[in-house]
Write a protein that binds this ligand. Sequence first.
Ligand code: OAD
Ligand code: ZN
Length: 250
Amino acid sequence: MIEEAAKLLARSRFAIAFTGAGISAESGVPTFRGFNGLWKKHRPEELATPEAFKRDPYLVWEFYKWRIDLIRKAKPNKAHRALTELEEMGILKAVITQNVDDLHREAGTRNPIELHGNIFRVRCTSCDYREDLKETGRLDEFLAQKDLPRCPRCGSLLRPDVVWFGEPLPRKAIEEAFRLAERADLVLVIGTSGVVYPAAYIPQIVKETGGKVIEINPDESGITPIADVFLRCSAGEAMEKLIERVRRLI
Ligand code: OAD
Ligand code: ZN
């Protein structure tokens, strides 16, 4: 199976990767669904909504500050690094991610397409103020602040610059992702349950336009039925083996 996947990758002309929370699991970032995803008995899907934020912004901000603090300590793992190497080899043309954890960029991927935003950014709920807390160096200060965060421009509530359930995706990012999917002759799908749309259309588009689908996941997912090769394995282990074989093939 790994051998077959390595051959497909080495032969491909325009491969892309599509990643979800599972690729960061081995970096210590909990996934959303399943047992490990619970936070204080709340399911993340119930906190990552505009309704939850309206009802209880304290609770939602507490959840996000907990996640920001956890993610800032996380390091990219073998799977993130293998994708960077595939990109450097010229095989991988783009990384499209549903993750907000910035670990692809930390691993050296040049321009990851972030479909669901980035947890280190905040934005105003009223005006167009945005801030990247990593860039401005205000992360510590922000996390330490007890009150709800307010916009320095207009005083309205700030919110995480991530996509919540029921909200549209950033238009440029999804358009670019669909364009890449139409062009791709192979998609490497890593660590996603493949049930959240429109992101989950990406592997389907690749498949429908005649491309191959390689999936890496320790469990079956919504993508598994269309996978040409399904590596039932953790992301780190599978990518380590895969990259080793690809190196030998090219
Ligand atoms: P999920 O939590 O839904 O799925 C994580 C997937 O990773 C599951 O299929 C697991 O089997 C798999 N997995 C777990 N450990 C793994 C490992 N070590 N290696 C590889 N795979 C592993 O996360 P996503 O599919 O990313 O959206 O969820 C999609 C979206 O739903 C998220 O982007 C987020 C969420 O709510 C928004 O925030 C809008
Ligand atoms: Zn504002």
